[in-house]
Design a protein around this ligand. Structure first.
Ligand code: PHB
Ligand code: FE
Length: 329
């Protein structure tokens, strides 16, 4: 692993016909054309379909590199070290390793945010929102048009304790500009009744979580609904495919709240197939700490992702001090 010599993003060219800027960040070079992103590193190059690249890019920024690995495709991606971030090409692919065309470089986190944000701003035009489901936004293909004026990464203010508590984040509503998504038009959204025992008045909180998720205008973008010490509940509405492959550095739990998601599970280091899971409404599963996974939702569905935010947990798994799965049968 090398630390990048220069950690500021540089302009290295501009496609005058299409209008897009090409950049260098550390040893990586990035350019786009009408259909593809081209990523180059010393000894290797990767071409990634532009919609896929941009959907991964804005999520990686918005999630602050998430837990562990974010693969933009099977080959290129980032690893979060919570303070620094690796950018890699081919490092977790046996073919690239064998051919010695793999490369990895480490950067301060804030520099990667600035670099990725610079690329995203230049390569995304008005009318295309990579956080939305493909059927609910325009296309990123073709030459550069008007730049987008609004925020690329939407303010997913995480709940401090729980959505709806006084002083905490308010659940989505018509008033907040979040109508119920077309896919959930058949659901009923009763408001919960709260009856506190004498002495506990004002201390109980309940919301209709389905109502909140049904109003999400983005997909595959978990937002924090509650935090109890290191136990973080993230909820999200899922349609089409998770535009990244997530490599875990700890266990994470999925609770399928509605409809269905198909997960492809691979070995984290080699990408070799490990399994396939079809989760239907009510199913619960744990993703182990030594895999990468990608979800496919044929219809918009609701998912709860439970994360363990304990600091240093990644190290315990990396050093083999904890088994990669949560339960021994
Ligand atoms: C995951 O990688 O676990 C993940 C990411 C985004 C989602 C759901 C799950 O929307
Ligand atoms: Fe995951």
């Amino acid at each position: 692993m090398t630390a990048a010599a220069s950690t500021d993003i540089k302009i290295i060219g501009k496609d005058e016909q299409l209008g897009y800027t090409a950049y260098q960040f550390g040893s990586f070079k990035f350019r786009r054309d009408e259909y593809f992103a081209h990523v180059e590193w010393p000894g290797g190059v990767r071409i990634i379909e532009i919609d896929r690249f941009l959907r991964a890019l804005v999520r990686d920024i918005g999630w602050q590199f998430f837990y562990g690995w974010i693969f933009f495709d099977d080959i290129f991606g980032t690893q979060n070290h919570y303070g620094t971030v690796d950018i890699f090409g081919g490092t977790y692919d046996s073919g690239h390793k064998a051919a010695k065309t793999d490369f990895i470089e480490t950067f301060p986190t804030d520099k990667v945010v600035t670099a990725f944000d610079t690329i995203a701003r230049d390569w995304i035009s008005e009318g295309y929102d990579p956080l939305r489901a493909p059927q609910e936004t325009g296309s990123p293909l073709g030459r550069k048009a008007e730049p987008r004026k609004d925020a690329l990464v939407r303010g997913f203010t995480p709940a401090k304790r729980m959505l709806g508590l006084p002083g905490d984040v308010t659940p989505r509503s018509d008033q907040s500009g979040h109508p119920v998504n077309r896919a959930f038009a058949d659901l009923e959204f009763d408001k919960p009744e709260v009856h506190a025992e004498p002495g506990f008045e004002g201390q109980l909180n309940a919301i209709n979580l389905f109502d909140h998720i049904a109003r999400s205008d983005v997909t595959w973008n978990p937002s924090v609904a509650s935090v109890t010490q290191a136990s973080i509940f993230c909820v999200t509405s899922e349609e089409h495919m998770l535009p990244v492959i997530h490599g875990n550095d700890r266990n994470e739990w999925f609770i399928q709240l509605t409809d269905e998601i198909h997960w492809q599970v691979q070995d984290k280091n080699t990408g070799n197939p490990r399994g396939r899971i079809i989760m239907k409404s009510g199913d619960v599963c744990a993703m182990p700490a030594d895999i990468r996974h990608q979800g496919f939702a044929p219809k918009r569905s609701m998912l709860l992702v439970a994360e363990n935010g304990t600091p240093g947990l990644d190290e315990l798994y990396a050093k083999g001090k904890l088994p990669p799965y949560p339960i021994e049968y």
